[in-house]
Design a protein around this ligand. Structure first.
Ligand code: NDP
Length: 324
């Protein structure tokens, strides 16, 4: 048996975590031969509910689950962790502006960035799920100067899956027939789901659908899918978000030659301002993500890329005072 790896999940009693924790413990993230130790963080008020999750984990008797650390102490959560899935975040209250949400959650991610910097494994891989995910990741990175910014990503993978599913349904193709979909930008309504480089069974996707469908159906459906789920279910998406988080972490650990969309620190590729946490198409090898280079960007795409960049710049300005 391999030695166990330590995986931190914040917001352990939340609904995404409830789908995520059991799948990770069963080996779905890192494989059936990789023992795990889970470190679950919650706010004090949710520790009782987290205890319920712990009881259920015990009842599953997962062979790969060696231990569970359950705590409301951020520092303790991140000691020696190899992977951190930062899921917990304060929800937007009824009278809350987006800027208020940015600040409330920014404080949480500043504390967590500091704790990761001090206590996590030097090779830790960090996925930010809690919203506003890109800017929360930006804050955590700023608070963790001893870690490489490349050790952080913010989740765009659910949007990526949604876009693949929409294109597959429209063209009547298998999910696996769709390749090279891209989600650019922010995990928000300004994200740009892009099929310019996508193929379906090897054929250019753009030759199979018309521009009107792309602009008036595909893009808004992907952008607004979260809202559609909330309207239908009365709660935000959880199982699909958990699956997306798990898929990204598995690819990060194991590698993938498929293009996947994930938000990482911009290196200036495609003219995107350096240091913003922006979603690009990437491939992953030996734990390193590389932005797919030299794609042709047409005028429509360029304006979409820039609109999402502007939103991220505004978010960065809103939380500027948290960075000190
Ligand atoms: P969820 O588990 O449903 O969601 C957690 C976070 O993930 C939210 O910010 C949510 O954003 C976000 N998210 C990102 N992508 C998606 C997506 N595609 N679909 C849905 N959500 C997405 O929230 P709960 O309220 O059920 O649970 C949150 C838990 O976090 C609570 O138990 C709370 O106590 C805990 N918490 C823990 C903290 C900590 O560990 N330090 C700090 C703050 C809270 P959105 O709100 O936009 O849906």
């Amino acid at each position: 048996m391999k030695p166990p790896v330590r995986i931190a999940i914040t917001g352990g009693a939340g609904q995404i975590a409830y789908s995520l924790i059991f799948r990770i413990a069963s080996g779905e993230m890192l494989g059936p031969d990789q023992p795990v130790i889970l470190h679950l963080l919650e706010v004090p008020a949710a520790l009782k509910a987290l205890k319920g999750v712990l009881l259920e984990l015990e009842d599953c008797g997962y062979p790969l689950l060696q231990n569970v650390v359950m705590t409301d102490d951020t520092n303790l959560t991140f000691i020696d962790v190899d992977y951190a899935l930062l899921v917990g975040a304060a929800p937007r209250g009824p009278d809350m502006e987006r800027s208020d949400l940015l600040k409330v959650n920014g404080e949480i991610f500043k504390v967590q960035g500091k704790a990761l910097n001090e206590f996590a494994s030097r090779d830790v891989k960090v996925l930010v799920v809690g919203n506003p995910a890109n800017t929360n990741a930006y804050i955590a990175i700023s608070a963790a100067p001893d870690l490489n910014p490349k050790q952080f990503t913010a989740m765009m993978r659910l949007d990526h899956h949604r876009a693949i599913a929409q294109l597959a349904a429209k063209t009547g193709a298998e999910i696996t027939a769709v390749k090279n979909i891209i989600i650019w930008g922010n995990h928000s309504a300004t994200q740009y789901p892009d099929i310019s480089h996508a193929t379906v069974n090897g054929q250019p996707a753009k030759s199979l659908v018309d521009q009107d469908w792309i602009v008036n159906e595909f893009i808004p459906t992907v952008q607004q899918r979260g809202t559609e789920v909330i309207k239908a279910r009365g709660k935000s998406s959880a199982a699909s978000a958990a699956f997306a988080a798990l898929s990204l972490m598995r690819d990060w650990a194991m590698g993938t030659e498929q293009w996947v969309s994930t938000a990482i620190v911009s290196d200036g590729s495609y003219g995107i301002a350096k240091d913003l946490v922006y979603s690009f198409p990437v491939t992953i090898k030996n734990g390193e993500m590389s932005i797919v280079q030299d794609l042709e960007i047409d005028e429509f795409s360029r304006s979409c890329l820039q609109a999402s960049q502007r939103e991220l710049e505004q978010e960065r300005d809103t939380i500027a005072d948290l960075l000190h």
